[in-house]
Design a protein. Structure first.
Length: 149
């Protein structure tokens, strides 16, 4: 435990799907190397879901930053949020440790896939790097991070 560390020194914003009215279909982050953090945390946020809309999210793995050999990571998909079951204005979290990837076959990159079904819906997501291998974590923030106070 790092009692004197700031939260921004332990977490990095690695990739985002920015808040928007997402049309029906999939949106993904770029591919992220898992080499620099002891864990990743995907934060999925639903806003107002459209009529009868659904929201799914999952983590996928690949061999390189181009997405070679992309496949889903077992057990790393949320239970579908639905407008009919009060899935609006909810959050879901997906934790991942690098050793949960298919490292035997060279998988070392991850991305988050967010899929809206039926009707456009407000949604956003972030992938955070947790516990950096080399501190501070905020050195790994994506370029869109405008401020760290």
């Amino acid at each position: 435990m790092f009692l004197n560390a700031k939260g921004s020194e332990l977490l990095a914003v690695l990739a985002t799907i920015d808040p928007a009215s997402q049309a029906a279909g999939a949106a993904t982050t770029g591919w992220i190397s898992v080499a620099n953090h002891h864990g990743l945390l995907a934060v999925i946020q639903s806003g107002a879901l459209g009529t009868n809309a659904t929201l799914d999210a999952k983590l996928q793995q690949a061999i390189d930053s181009a997405g070679t050999g992309a496949k889903d990571i077992n057990g790393k998909a949320i239970t579908q949020l639905t407008q009919a079951a009060s899935g609006s204005n909810k959050q879901a979290l997906i934790n991942l440790r690098p050793e949960e990837l298919d490292t035997v076959n060279g998988f070392g990159f991850v991305r988050l896939s967010l899929t809206v079904g039926v009707a456009a819906s407000l949604a956003a997501a972030q992938v955070l790097g947790v516990n950096p291998r080399f501190a501070p974590a905020d050195a790994g923030n994506q370029a869109a991070v405008a401020q760290v106070l």
